[in-house]
Design a protein around this ligand. Sequence first.
Ligand SMILES: C[S@@+](CC[C@H](N)C(=O)[O-])C[C@H]1O[C@@H](n2cnc3c(N)ncnc32)[C@H](O)[C@@H]1O
Length: 250
Amino acid sequence: MTKSNEPVKKAISTLSNSPFESAVGYLKNDVPMWITYLWADSYIEGSRWYQEFRCHRDGPIPAGSSSDLKTAQFEFFKDQGLSQTDAMLDIGCGCLFAGESFIDYLNPENYYGMDISPSLIKAGKQRLGESTMREKKPSLFVNADLKFDEFYADKKFDYINCQSVWTHMPRELIQECLDNIGSVMHDESVFYPTFTEQPIDRPIETQPYNYAYYPEELIRMAEDAGLSATQLDVEYPNEWASVLEITLSE
Ligand SMILES: C[S@@+](CC[C@H](N)C(=O)[O-])C[C@H]1O[C@@H](n2cnc3c(N)ncnc32)[C@H](O)[C@@H]1O
């Protein structure tokens, strides 16, 4: 911006930090969010309505997604040993923003994605296009719970991704996820859920859409479900979040 535009730039930056902008943000995001969650019969139904609403309003890109986050997910799994012959389950795959990289890399029929939002799954199929859908044959499901029974009983995954999903889940749903995930794991499977780590000076549940947890609490919940969990010492998926590595207990 040239020097003559400085007053305009200053006015815009003042406005964007103003109570006016906060009020617009509140009306645009918080009000519909509260309405959907309070109206819905269950938390999952509230999440589905909210995702559907956002997908229709803003298009099928999850807020906060960036190409860095997409690359970070793929690189992280490659670092953990993901190979083309592995079978992967992607919980909360959304519009396949990151799923696309996994589908491209994995052998045909090895990627399974699930999400509560029909619109995001539809957008994911469109993102891939017919030829990739035909060639790579990913299995994409719309789920209504976290029982994983959409998958035939003996399906086991080598790697399970769950990126930025527990960040939007209350404790009961995380426990449901942990209680059932073992049914799609074998002895060598690894499950990597990311979560927002609870800072000491904030309330644990900030609003219906965002949750933060102490790692010790999640590890204990995994152990209660008969799993082993450790927090990885890596900066993944970004500097605000953390990741657990979960396996079946020996
Ligand atoms: C922040 S987005 C992350 C999307 C994707 N993992 C990524 O990194 O691009 C959270 C996703 O989780 C999905 N989701 C929320 N609750 C879910 C549930 N109980 N089961 C499956 N997906 C869920 C949402 O619909 C949304 O697509």
